[in-house]
Design a protein around this ligand. Structure first.
Ligand SMILES: [Zn+2]
Length: 132
């Protein structure tokens, strides 16, 4: 009986990890695709570009950290940013200037933080797949 319970728990954990990975990948692709691979803050064109003799890497940045699960896969919580712009201060200043409504939404989400157990991962995955 005990072993069966452990297997079930392990299987559930593995399934959740797989869904989380797929959601992360879909979210990342949509953030980068929406920005056409450019840094949305400074306009750096992409990973093939050299600046000050170093390669620019464009990443899908979370505005609220990935640890805040309620906004982890929300497209409003992401932007494409180069390695120079990918820091909290730069991102928050950019957001306040270019999109104050979104900034307010981000701050509100930080305050309300939905508990992990209330998230419907399958629903989030369906939404991300539909948007892809
Ligand atoms: Zn940049």
């Amino acid at each position: 009986m005990k072993a069966k319970g452990n297997v079930k728990r392990y299987t559930q954990k593995a399934m959740i990890a797989r869904v989380v990975r797929e959601c992360d990948m879909l979210w990342r692709l949509q953030i980068l695709g929406r920005a056409n691979g450019h840094c949305e803050i400074c306009g750096a064109p992409g990973p093939q570009d050299l600046r000050d003799s170093k390669w620019i890497i464009i990443a899908a940045c979370h505005i609220n950290s990935r640890g805040i699960w309620s906004t982890r896969w929300n497209l409003r919580n992401g932007l494409a940013g180069c390695s120079d712009c990918h820091n909290e201060k730069t991102i928050i200043e950019w957001l306040q200037t270019t999109d104050p409504d979104r900034y307010e939404w981000i701050m509100e989400q930080r305050r309300i933080q939905v508990p992990d157990r209330d998230l419907d991962l399958q629903e989030i995955l369906r939404t991300l797949r539909d948007a892809a």
